[in-house]
Design a protein around this ligand. Structure first.
Ligand code: SF4
Length: 178
């Protein structure tokens, strides 16, 4: 027991060191999003994540934006619990028939100006779940989409790049592929 205690006190941490320069790049992206949001909205950005039927892979990447490594909160970019407080709906997955109405209501409850970002290959057209009896289609089949971020799943950097492009481009549907 004593040996184990000493071993745990003196051994090196098991976590990996982050890649060189990655933090600066992420910080630059997130700060760019915050600046663009303040220009467009006069305040920082609020995001509501909606899982419309994903396998949870895209959610894991979205959740990573809030972890200690990415820590989006430090740039004022927040995930909110209600669509009534959101500027952006980040929608993942194919839209299942069970979630179709909920997604529509969430969209209607989000105040203008609002943007919808479809996240992941499934959000484009149902992806590998397309054609299932339970799937209504991609996000654009249910609510208007302003940006699609491709990938299965897209990584947090691709999500940040997409959000930045969204805020900087004023019109039209944009597509980002990771
Ligand atoms: S895009 Fe990939 S990770 Fe995202 S919900 Fe579809 S299968 Fe899952």
């Amino acid at each position: 027991m004593r040996n184990l205690l000493f071993k745990n006190i003196f051994r090196a941490p098991l976590t990996e060191t982050p890649p060189e320069g990655a933090d600066e790049h992420l910080a630059e992206l997130a700060a760019g999003i915050d600046r663009a949001a303040r220009r467009r909205l006069g305040r920082s950005l609020s995001i509501r994540a909606v899982d419309a039927g994903s396998c949870n892979g895209c959610e894991l990447e979205i959740h990573a934006l809030n972890n200690a490594y990415y820590d989006l909160d430090r740039f004022g970019i927040r995930f909110v619990a209600s669509p009534r407080h959101a500027d952006v709906l980040l929608v993942t997955g194919p839209v299942t028939k069970n979630m179709q109405e909920a997604l529509r209501r969430t969209y209607d409850a989000t105040p203008n100006p609002k943007w919808v970002v479809a996240v992941g290959d499934c959000a484009r057209d149902g992806g590998c779940f397309a054609g299932s009896y339970a799937v209504a289609g991609g996000v654009a089949d249910v609510v208007p989409v302003d940006l699609h971020i491709g990938g299965c799943p897209p990584n947090p950097t691709a999500l940040l790049q997409g959000l930045l492009a969204l805020l900087e481009v004023t019109t039209a549907t944009t597509a980002i592929n990771s």
